[in-house]
Design a protein around this ligand. Structure first.
Ligand SMILES: [Zn+2]
Length: 262
């Protein structure tokens, strides 16, 4: 078990990146410099599947909001504990907003909320990520993004499902009840809950031009997108434990489906 990274200044972010690089390389992930500006850089980690022909692609994304350090921490801990299935292709973005993370701000150094920038693409970070996907022949079949909601005391998730994959969000939520509380009452950010901890979301943005990553991906590719929101109202260790339990079940479900054929 790694020690906790505070992820609140340049030194801690650099140490996180070094540790993540060691763990990711140990899982056979290959680094690619997605973007850099001055001292800030984004690394994308990928690993092809070992099967012939197209394999399900899983995209794990974290750290797009700089005041939400538990997402990157969760991805690191997940990779420490779990080998990745060879039946899937993997794309892992552990820390998409390095300048915001160093300052502890939701936005990047230019004041842009990256997770509302996928329509306008004003930031270099988002332009780099969207260009990377656009240069590929195939998109992702499963998108998981890790966030924290500072206004809630229970974990919840957004599901967008345009891919025809049978939803397994209910099983994910069932699997974490013993680890962390689920958000039980809505509305959350204007959304009613379909069940404790679950928001079923259309592939349309809440703000016309303020597209998040999940909406851009869902409009571009048929997929299942799960945005996991750790509860800000509990301590960071419990928040990370909840996100890790949820991510572990999501990946286990996806890997089982990949083995059977998506
Ligand atoms: Zn967030």
């Amino acid at each position: 078990m790694s020690h906790f990274f505070p992820l609140s200044d340049a030194r801690s972010v650099n140490r996180f990146e070094e540790k993540f690089a060691l763990v990711a390389a140990g899982r056979g992930l290959i680094p690619e410099r997605l973007w850099e500006s001055g001292e800030d850089k984004i690394t994308l980690w990928t690993r092809p599947s070992a099967v012939e022909g197209p394999a399900p692609c899983l995209f794990l994304s974290a750290g797009i909001h700089g005041d939400e350090p538990c997402g990157p921490e969760t991805l690191l801990r997940f990779l420490e504990d779990h080998p990745l299935s060879t039946a899937c292709e993997w794309v892992v973005a552990p820390l998409l907003n390095p300048s915001g993370m160093k300052r502890g701000t939701r936005e990047n150094r230019d004041g842009i909320d990256l997770n509302r920038d996928f329509y306008r693409k004003e930031s270099g970070e988002v332009r780099a990520l969207t260009s990377w996907w656009e240069a590929r022949e195939r998109g992702c079949d499963l998108h998981v993004s890790l966030h924290e909601d500072w206004e809630t005391s229970g974990l919840y998730l957004y599901e967008i499902n345009t891919g025809g994959i049978a939803s397994f969000a209910g099983r994910v939520l069932d699997s974490i009840r013993g680890t962390v509380a689920l958000e039980g009452t809505g509305p959350v950010d204007g959304h009613e809950l379909s069940a404790p901890g679950l928001i079923l979301h259309a592939a349309e943005p809440d703000e016309e031009l303020g597209w998040p990553e999940a909406i851009w991906l869902a409009k571009r590719y048929p997929l299942l997108s799960l945005t996991l929101e750790g509860a800000g109202g509990i301590d960071c260790h419990s928040r990370t434990a909840g996100l890790l339990a949820a991510l572990t079940t999501v990946v286990a479900e996806a890997e089982a489906m990949a083995t059977d054929g998506f």
